[in-house]
Design a binder for this molecule. Structure first.
Ligand code: ADP
Ligand code: MG
Length: 402
């Protein structure tokens, strides 16, 4: 895949500008507080850099799915408060996305000042990708910085369309995400292994198709593996299986065999008597899930086989837990693989996907992972080779630059 290097805030003179920064502050809230501030912290290098150069910052983000209407519980006040706590900087929060209150607040903003606009998705024009809204946003500043990798696969007013009206460059988080993924796809240290699991089987077959063409090996677990085991004629009981995707699953296995990409499926599974944290469980051979039972984790033999294969890896991409890791009884496979990855010496390990990132944190090994992507859908679409609208609009580095 031909990847064009994008300009970042390092490549333009930002000093004294009023910068519209699209951040991804789509954080979980709990009782009016930010429950996990990982995404806010991930934006700080960009915000710091711009502030140190005297920029006025206008931050834009969405939160949740308000569907084009103001929803009290999705206002960004808790986010503004957490940003203040993390940085010690005053953050002005307005209750509008655009409008007179916003214009007034921008006019009052001192150099180094920070303004947070209201939840962009309160305005239906955001998700419509409205040029009108994009233009109103653009009128507030002189430079557009996209640091929201997690929404870069959306062509919304604030993630892409606004770049029609202002010079547009990548923030440091966006740049790092792209750099890591580009390296993975274009020049990985080999052997390059992918581990794919999770529940969104349909969404991820395209990713597997792409990975089969670049990886040396792929290990499949979680809900994802069930569809492949069913495609091989296994009995899967009540397990999550996408019965209309078996043909595609077989095509992927054939492509892997043809290219010489190893394709590991579980050989044993932990089956549960019900989809419940305290269900009865038993280990069974992979294609022999008893009637009325469902596979919720990979078994010990599989964990050992995956571990052995991964031991030789020099690059690993992991997306999708290997079981229902939210429940301790079915977290063993996921936790074991997380630990294996944490102990790999001189291998580059990249984890993408919201639940996968949570699993790595739960396993207590987040610090040992080279890169935990802030993107879920965006990461997968990029790996599939699809272009991301929020990246496409960014200025391209000219030859010899950077
Ligand atoms: P990510 O967010 O990392 O992209 P997904 O959203 O695709 O991952 O999948 C995560 C979900 O998959 C988790 O909620 C987990 O409980 C579920 N899951 C994993 N294995 C199974 C399984 N065998 N059966 C049902 N659900 C599973
Ligand atoms: Mg998920």
């Amino acid at each position: 895949m031909q990847v064009l290097p994008r300009k970042t805030i390092h490549d333009v003179d930002v000093s004294g500008q009023t910068v519209l920064v699209r951040v991804d502050f789509n954080v979980p809230l709990d009782d009016g507080r930010v429950a996990d501030d990982t995404r806010i912290r991930a934006s700080l290098p960009t915000l710091n850099y711009l502030r140190e150069r005297g920029c006025r910052l206008i931050l834009m983000t969405h939160l949740g799915r308000p569907k084009g209407q103001a929803k009290e519980e999705l206002r960004l006040d808790p986010v503004a408060r957490r940003l203040e706590e993390l940085t010690g900087w005053p953050v002005v929060k307005v209750d509008q996305v655009v409008g007179p209150q916003v214009a007034e607040a921008v006019a009052q903003l001192p150099p180094g000042g920070i303004l947070l606009l209201e939840n962009l998705r309160f305005d239906p024009r955001e998700e419509e990708g409205s040029p009108e809204l994009a233009q109103e946003l653009a009128a507030l500043g002189s430079l557009y910085v996209n640091d929201a990798f997690g929404t870069a696969h959306r062509a919304h007013a604030s993630t892409a369309v606004v770049a029609r009206f202002l010079p547009a460059v990548a923030g440091l988080l966006m740049a790092r995400e792209l750099e890591v993924l580009d390296r993975l796809l274009s020049d990985p240290q080999r052997p390059f292994w992918a581990i794919i699991g999770g529940a969104k089987v349909g969404d991820k077959l395209g990713v597997l198709q792409a990975l089969v063409q670049v990886c040396d090996g792929i290990a499949v677990g979680g809900g994802m593996a069930n569809t492949f085991l069913a495609a091989q004629g296994g009995s899967m009981g009540d397990s999550l299986v996408e019965a209309d995707r078996l043909e595609e699953a077989r095509a992927i296995m054939a492509a892997a065999a043809q290219r010489g990409c190893r394709f590991l499926l579980p050989t044993d599974l932990v089956a549960a008597s019900a989809f419940a944290p305290d269900a009865d469980k038993q280990v069974c051979p992979a294609g022999e899930v008893p009637d009325g039972w469902q596979a919720l984790d990979v078994g010990p033999e599989t964990v050992a086989a995956f571990g052995e294969a991964l031991a030789e890896a020099k690059t690993v991409f992991w997306n999708g837990p290997l079981g229902v890791f939210e429940w301790p009884a079915f977290a063993e496979g996921t936790v074991a693989v997380a630990r294996t990855l944490a102990h790999l010496e001189d291998a580059v390990v990249v984890v993408g996907g919201g639940d996968s990132a949570a699993a790595v944190v739960q396993a207590g090994v987040a610090d040992a992972i080279d890169h935990i992507s802030t993107g879920g859908g965006a990461t997968l679409e990029y790996i599939e080779g699809r272009s991301l609208p929020g990246v496409e609009v960014l200025a391209v580095k000219e030859a010899g630059e950077g």
